[in-house]
Every structure is written in C-alpha cells, then in structure tokens.
Design a binder for this molecule. Sequence first.
Ligand SMILES: [Ca+2]
Length: 280
Amino acid sequence: MRTMVVVVNVAIVLAFVAACTPTLGAHQPKGDDKEHTNSIGMVLVRIPAGKFTMGSPTDELHRGAEETQHEVAITKSFFLGAFEVTQGQYEKIMGNNPSFFSAKGAGKQRVAKKDTSSHPVERVSWNDAVEFCKKLSAREKKTYRLPTEAEWEYACRAGTKAPFHTGGKFNSNLGNINGLSYSSYGSEEGGPFYRSTVPVAEYKGNAFNAFDMHGNVQEWCADWYGADYYKSSPKSDPQGPEKGTERVLRGGAWPSSAKACRNAARNRASSSPVLNGFVT
Ligand SMILES: [Ca+2]
C-alpha cells in the first residue's frame, strides 16, 4: 500500500443548535484517488500541489497587519478532511465527546431532541486534536496530522484570490456565522443566525470540495502562531515558527463576523486550555 499523508481538520469552539439534518448536505462523493473515506466515515479530499499568494493585499477590507502577502509553494498533494471532524467521529476515536452542544454538554438544553453526532466537535484543545490524529493514525495505519497554516489557507482559497472562496462577499447565507447585518462582508445583507454549530456540510463547498472552511467552528493548524512569520517564512511548504506560545486557528466560527472568516484571517490560542479567548 502506498504511503499517504492525510490531513485532518479538527475544530474548536462552541456551539448551539439550529435546524439540522444528519446527512452530509451538499457533498457529492467522488471516485478514484481524489477522495478517501476511512473506517470511521471521514471523507478526505485530495488537495493538489500548487503555488498561491498567502496573506491579503493591503487594500483588503478589515485585513490585519500580520497578513503580509507572500508567495508559497505547496510541493506535494495531500488529503484534507472534507468536513470538520464530527462529534460522532471524535467520540469513536477518543471515547468522549467534550462538545458544549451535545446531549451531555453544558448546552444540552439548546440541543434538546437533536442528534448532534454530525455537528462538529468543539471544546477540543490543540493537544487533544493532536492526540486525536495520533490515535486515528494508529487505527488507520496512515499518517493523520493537522494541516499547516499554509496548507489550510491554500485549501481554503481553492484557487481564489478574493477575501473568501466564494468571492468578495460573505454572509450567513453562505456559511454558519453571525447573521446580523453588520457582520456581513461586502454588503449589508443579513441572514439566519443560529447561535450554534450546525451539522457539517450544510453549505456549498469550495472548488476543492472542502466544506465549512468559513465558519461553523474554527480549525486548528499545526503551526505555532507568529505575527511576523510571513516576512521570513520559506517559500516552499512553510511549517510555522520553531517556537511560540499559541497555535494557529483559522476560518472563524458560528458567532464570528465574516471579516474574521476571511481566507487570510489569522487567529490563535493556547494549545492546552480548551477555551482560552472564547465565549459561549
Ligand atoms: Ca470551519
């Protein structure tokens, strides 16, 4: 069997439920080696090697100074979890479900009578996410790891240079984010605000067939966070700073404004306490 590097999105944050279906929504399975389904039903999509401009242009609305644009090459294709890791998948591997929005979670009244097994797992620390990958690797006899920050942005953009993989506008009709009108980007359009996670893949995926890259729950990356790292990072397959105090989180979450969910938007948190910096 050939060696395959498999990258998995593991999500953090918290949630509350809305209308949910236990299916994988808009996802359409693909054949051949573009997609892999593992023994616990995780679908992984092949992200091709390529080059892209990481970071945001200086005229991008609401950009951060740490988003310095630079050219990056991803030299090897890899498999990325098409969906955020679900509560059901996490429990199968780790034997517990730490999610706020679950039948036994602190937010259980908010998900009463809901099956949250297809919601993304949350309240997962970076250390927990790494442990999940380790245990899953042993079970599947393939290497699972968190994506690097560069791999994450490359996969999220899926060829787009705009602020979002959907283009220049984003609001809660396009992903599970804060639905108040001031939270939209590129327009004043509001939308639904579920104040919770929703099942994975309820919204259209990007050109790589990756879902919920903007919103629902934030996703841990492997890298230490470095605000100035982009100014000196290697051009090929950057792995993040050698040292740091916080790990990278990407993509924003259900309570986020669209600006925090941009392709280039960078967030970070301590790797062990689960909820540093986050509120329910
Ligand atoms: Ca997400």
